[in-house]
Design a binder for this molecule. Structure first.
Ligand code: AMP
Length: 114
């Protein structure tokens, strides 16, 4: 499978990794939309949140969410606040088919997203 985020996990293409665990990696988005914009992905290829189901999906999503909150803390975002968002499918604008959480912070964020 030719997946750009699997390549980042494998280290075969460069990324600015900010945190890594056995099952998750956080790295800076190439096209940041906020002063802090990090992507949190599972090391295992899962296409999107809609494919993370059942007990295994529940465990994976829980771990990714707490990992993302840890990343946000380490980036100094707890006081100002931040947003965690995942795009799923074409209407949401998902452009990489490997589940990822966007962690955005460092400025006032508009609501709702466009
Ligand atoms: P989405 O549109 O929700 O699927 O988000 C995909 C994100 O991945 C976008 O914000 C892209 O800027 C980002 N992205 C794509 N390729 C890379 C890469 N090689 N390194 C870092 N971020 C990337």
């Amino acid at each position: 499978m030719d997946c750009v985020f699997c390549r980042i996990v494998a280290g075969t293409i460069p990324a600015t990794v900010v945190k890594r665990s056995d099952d998750a990696v956080a790295f800076r988005d190439l096209d940041p939309r906020a002063p802090s914009h990090v992507l949190v992905i599972p090391t295992r290829h899962v296409p999107a949140v809609r494919s993370a189901r059942g007990a295994e999906g529940e465990q994976l999503l829980g771990r990714l969410m707490t990992f993302a909150a840890d990343v946000a803390s380490e980036l100094g975002l707890d006081i100002g606040g931040y947003r965690i968002v995942t795009n799923t499918g074409p209407d949401a604008g998902q452009s990489v088919d490997h589940l990822h959480l966007h962690v955005l912070g460092g400025r006032k964020l508009g609501w709702p997203p466009g």
